[in-house]
Design a protein around this ligand. Structure first.
Ligand code: MN
Length: 146
């Protein structure tokens, strides 16, 4: 697939819309498209995620890094102990072992590209004491969805 043609805004020819994750109730109204599956010479995936208004990704952390480039709409992200409003073309590096969650807090779809290694550890969700720690900050407590 040397060229994947755009089918529509934020949609591509031959690229199916997938579930964000196989199952779970710790995310809401989010889809995934795989734009690049990786190759021996470039063992990374490029995915496009889109969150419908009111939706959110999983609150998680892991060893692997993400690079995220916002494509569509405004949204908010928790990154470590900070909440950021982000806009199209903003670039976010999510470091190793850093709590992160994406929320479509405006009344519009919130879409972003995410680049990751093919070989990566599984995400880890906060356990009870980690969740309590996060909630000590009132702003984070209001923001996060568990
Ligand atoms: Mn992640």
């Amino acid at each position: 697939m040397p060229v994947i043609k755009r089918k529509d805004e934020f949609d591509w020819e031959g690229v199916p819309v997938l579930a964000y994750k196989e199952d779970g109730t710790h995310f809401k109204s989010i889809t995934r498209r795989i734009l690049f599956k990786g190759a021996d010479e470039l063992p990374s995936e490029v995915r496009y995620f889109e969150i419908a208004p009111g939706g959110h990704s999983t609150l998680e952390r892991h060893e692997h890094l993400h690079v995220v480039i916002i494509q569509r709409g405004r949204g908010e992200i928790l990154l470590g102990n900070q909440i950021h409003e982000v806009n199209p073309f903003d670039v976010i590096e999510i470091p190793s072992n850093t709590w992160h969650q994406f929320r479509a807090t405006r009344n519009e779809p919130f879409g972003f590209l995410c680049i990751v290694n093919i070989n990566r550890d599984r995400p880890h969700r906060p356990d009870t004491s980690e969740a309590e720690n996060l909630k000590k900050d009132p702003e984070i407590s209001t923001f996060i969805r568990l």
